[in-house]
Design a protein around this ligand. Sequence first.
Ligand code: MEV
Length: 328
Amino acid sequence: MTTWKAPGKLILFGEHAVVHGAHAVAAALSLNTVAAARFTPRADAAELGVSVHTEHSGGSERLDAAVRAVAEAVDPRARGELELWLRSSVPAGAGLGSSAALCVSAAAAIGDALANYRTACSSAWLAAVNDAALAGERVFHKNPSGIDNTVATYGGVVCFARGATLKRAPVGAERGLRVVVVDTGVPRATGDAVAAVQARLDRDRAAVEAAFARIDAIAEKAFSLLQAAPVDHAALDALVDENHALLRDALGVSHPAVERAVALCAECGVHAKLTGAGCGGCVFGFVHGASSSSLAALVRRAEEAGMRAHVLVLGAPGVGEVPTPPPA
Ligand code: MEV
């Protein structure tokens, strides 16, 4: 039984607009979910039996349904007993791609157990893992764009638009692009936030479509800035500020705790924006300009405010095998 891992993610630019066809830029983080699966085939079984084991509990109905959707996407004809073990360092409900890391690592592990996916890391294998993971993401989030599972599959820094060829930047962890992520601790549900933006679009189509178009341009510009050496930090920070203002004012997905976290970052010299679905969750900013003492001050002040701040490197690898024993 092989253990597989997939990373969490940070959406840098373009969240929500990406659901409606715009570009978005996301990076893989060095926080992972690991998964291992065992399959006992039973040709006479009426259906696939699925049991999911996590470190906290026996799972939940939605988790079981998501894993079943992943398994059915891997092989709709599989009959027998499938057991899946999961362990994760990606915080749940914070907008850091915990469900996508789960679905991608599960797809790799289930593909391995069902012996369907034989050539790990070939482009066909990656595409199959990504497609199967999206089936699970649909159970968690109703109408996901697919960016979260895509960055968890391919890793690095990607520019994604629905139905378009994925653009991958040669920006791995070795580039040392660092961000500070502040977790407000306010949980949020991606599906509900996406539905709230849809309702706003239905109410005020012209204004919301104009915001999507501007966010699309911001994401494309930011993707090219991120690939340049040296990075134009001031230009990137200006895009961070503008994207956050559009998310807050035009799409309405900020939250008082998110605004407090953005203000805290600003006081420490970091331009920050919300990331992921918003309405709580995390904010992030690039830390290029910040001194280590102001970063230490930010971490301390976040803690005083009941939040948690972490400095993370962007561009972790995507899905792959881990040379550790399977989770117990
Ligand atoms: C969630 O990480 C990002 C959203 O844009 C939803 C999606 O793309 O599926 C809010």
